[in-house]
Design a protein around this ligand. Structure first.
Ligand code: PRP
Ligand code: URA
Length: 210
């Protein structure tokens, strides 16, 4: 694996789709579909450097050089909003196992509160892709990554759709070994810990609980 790094996406389709995602006029159905499409595109970038082993494949015509992934993959959505990114990642990596980390932000302190965690027993051997559309203070992502490391995970990547500089700083200081793949780096957090300009509350918009 290469050195930890922040990868901010510049693919025109991601930029276009994030603009639609941000709009307050985007309804729940469209929001869900856009999260799915953007996560698929970010997933392609985040898996670009997965190590492969050479192998041989017999085609109906001849022997061909082929490749297979060296490591299996575990997807770990941070509940709730991270659930919206699972299906597109499974489209890319259908054999991935899935762990779940349930965290919600205390609205007063903005600190993450853990309410559910379940990981596959072989998580330590897998490349782990942590999924959450939003990286605000970075508290939830940092706590999720710490939990994964406590369970032996060594190769961890974080996939977010919208992030704030504060969140990127939190992750790079707490987990300098973790690459972050970010759809868009926004300006700042407001006094309530929301990303500016952001897109509002991702979980509420995804599940229609506004
Ligand atoms: C949101 C979001 C992240 C977290 C980001 O979840 O999906 O998990 O906030 O904020 P942070 O970087 O400051 O920790 P929320 O706690 O609102 O829960 P939800 O997904 O259930 O709505
Ligand atoms: N969580 C969200 O869903 N949106 C933000 O802007 C910050 C945290």
């Amino acid at each position: 694996m290469s050195d930890a790094k922040l990868h901010v996406m510049d693919h025109p389709l991601i930029l276009h789709k994030i603009s639609m995602l941000r709009s307050k006029d985007t309804n729940t159905k469209d929001f869900r579909e856009l999260i799915n499409e953007i996560a698929l595109l970010i997933g392609c970038e985040a898996t670009r450097d997965l190590p492969v082993t050479e192998c041989s494949v017999t085609t109906p015509i001849a022997e061909a050089a082929g490749y297979h992934l060296q490591h299996q993959v575990c997807l770990v959505p941070i509940l709730r909003a991270g659930l919206g990114m699972v299906d597109p990642l499974l489209t890319l990596i259908p054999a991935a196992k899935i762990g779940h980390i349930g965290l919600s932000r205390d609205p007063a302190t903005l600190a993450p509160v853990e309410y559910y965690c379940k990981l596959p027993p072989d998580v330590a051997e897998r490349v782990v892709l942590v999924l959450d559309p939003m990286l605000a203070t970075g508290g939830s992502a940092a706590a999720a990554i710490s939990f994964l490391k406590k369970h032996g995970a060594k190769h961890i990547k974080m996939l977010n759709i919208v992030g704030a500089p504060e969140g990127v700083k939190t992750i790079s200081e707490a987990h300098p070994d973790v690459d972050v793949y970010l759809g868009c780096l926004d300006e700042k957090l407001n006094d309530h810990g929301y990303i500016v300009p952001g897109l509002g509350d991702a979980g509420d918009r995804l599940f229609g609980t506004l």
